[in-house]
Write a protein that binds this ligand. Structure first.
Ligand SMILES: Cc1cc2nc3c(=O)[nH]c(=O)nc-3n(C[C@H](O)[C@H](O)[C@H](O)COP(=O)(O)OP(=O)(O)OC[C@H]3O[C@@H](n4cnc5c(N)ncnc54)[C@H](O)[C@@H]3O)c2cc1C
Length: 405
């Protein structure tokens, strides 16, 4: 018998509700499922299960060890371990099929360094090496020898990581995590969180676009560039907004021989091979917060800024043709371009997993694990991510990381 229209939808209760089911939400769901088994009820609410506009789907999906802050190096080291072990980890959830391989391309990163930047770059390399990374600093001569196609005339050198750096398949990671979480009893629904019911300063329930109200013990904000929308619902504020990033795939008349790394130019433009083609992007002119639904591309960015920078750094890039382009949103932390991870100090069951800016994909394995530890164990058990706590935001104390792209 059909349910009469006036009837309120049946109310449900979950121990943990995750708003947003892309890579950060699904990593959190995966780690919760590994810790709790079917002991706890966890709901992931995803407003667009096609993930068409998610940062995860539109990411350029690279991972590096080249950071200036030790905790970021350690997070990415765990990221690499996770990527390498992915097929094995996922195998129990893909019994009759091949477990996903993330197609990791270990081509490394090459940071171009200006003459003035040599000392700090050497310090970063020393720090990374002390933590087990394989970065080396190359003077202009050896740099040219190693990468003959690179213009080193205006460089003081380059920081090159030949191992544990490269790029991988973002949707493969998301799909694997999501499948593993679902197979372990986590529920995913196609719906949007449109409001939070607050009681005694805590999140008591989540209101869904379909009108249903779901009671919850803990709310995890994993809404990517829309994180502030979820914060608004609890009367909270974080400096996270969507910032547009344009990606261009192009063909070059002249191929680049050898194993080309992800080159980060002094201008901030990056370029790397993508099969026979190349992928590039930069920090666009007039960078700033964008509308949530603004994915319009600015082709001028390639013509006026990216291509001249590429041609200068790699003179073989004199004849290029753009084959494909798209716009994605960084979930940009305007205070310090780094993640916000942890419970709110007053709304004590509101968990942040936000603001990862341009490195959230590689950080998602460690972040999901850390969020699960905070919820289940009440503190970090593996990597201590307390440097990313929310408390730094109202104190206006930026987390310092020099190597942001
Ligand atoms: C062009 C580009 C290049 C990048 N390059 C790299 C890189 O090289 N390396 C790297 O590590 N990172 C990179 N990043 C960053 C990385 O992709 C992101 O940090 C990461 O994907 C963020 O994942 P997320 O799950 O937090 O956000 P998202 O992937 O955006 O997911 C958030 C999800 O929440 C859902 N949602 C939002 N609001 C609601 C709501 N109210 N109710 C229910 N669901 C909701 C959305 O539909 C979405 O699916 C890049 C990003 C871009 C855009």
């Amino acid at each position: 018998m059909p349910i009469p229209a006036y009837k309120a939808p049946k109310s449900r209760a979950y121990d943990i509700v995750i708003a947003g089911g892309a890579v950060v939400g699904s990593s959190t769901a995966y780690w919760l499922s590994q810790k709790l088994g079917r002991e706890a009820s966890v709901l992931v609410v995803e407003r667009d299960s096609s993930y068409e506009f998610s940062s995860t789907a539109l990411s350029t999906s690279a991972i590096r060890q080249q950071y200036s802050n030790p905790i970021n190096v350690k997070i990415s080291q765990f990221g690499i371990e996770f990527i390498r072990d992915f097929p094995e980890r996922m195998a129990p959830f893909f019994r009759d099929e091949a477990a996903p391989d993330l197609g990791f391309r270990e081509h490394g990163y090459l940071y171009c360094v200006s003459p003035e930047g040599v000392d700090p770059a050497r310090e970063r390399v020393d720090l990374q090496r002390s933590l087990g990374a394989h970065t080396v600093f190359l003077e202009p001569g050896p740099l040219k020898e190693r990468f003959p196609w690179l213009n080193v005339d205006d460089l003081g050198g380059g920081a090159w990581g030949a191992r544990d750096e490269g790029w991988f398949d973002s949707m493969g990671m998301l799909n694997g995590l999501r499948r593993a979480a679902r197979c372990s009893g986590i529920e995913y629904i196609d719906n949007a969180v449109i409001g939070l019911g607050m009681q005694g300063g805590r999140v008591a329930s989540v209101r869904l676009a379909t009108g249903e109200e779901v009671a919850c013990g803990v709310l995890v904000n994993a809404a990517g560039p829309r994180a502030q929308q979820i914060c608004d619902m609890a009367g909270l504020s974080i400096p996270v907004a969507p910032f547009k990033r344009y990606s261009f795939v192009f063909a070059s008349c002249t191929p680049i021989p050898g194993r080309m790394p992800n080159v980060i130019d002094l201008s901030g433009t990056f370029v790397r091979p993508e099969g026979e083609l190349f992928l590039t992007g930069n920090t666009p002119l007039n960078d700033g917060p964008a509308d949530y639904d603004d994915f319009e591309i600015h082709h001028d960015e390639f013509d006026d800024r990216i291509w001249p920078a590429l041609w200068h750094r790699i003179p073989d890039f004199d004849a290029l043709r753009v084959k494909q382009c798209w716009t994605g949103h960084y979930e940009y932390n305007m205070l310090d371009h780094n993640g916000i991870v942890g419970f709110h100090p007053e709304v004590t069951n509101f968990m942040f997993a936000n603001g990862f800016s341009g490195h959230g994909l590689q950080q998602s394995p460690a972040v999901g694990r850390a969020v699960a530890e905070l919820i289940v164990d009440g503190g970090f058990q593996t990597l201590d991510l307390s440097a990313f706590r929310y408390e730094r935001i109202p104190l206006n104390e930026p987390f310092v990381e020099e190597a942001v792209i």
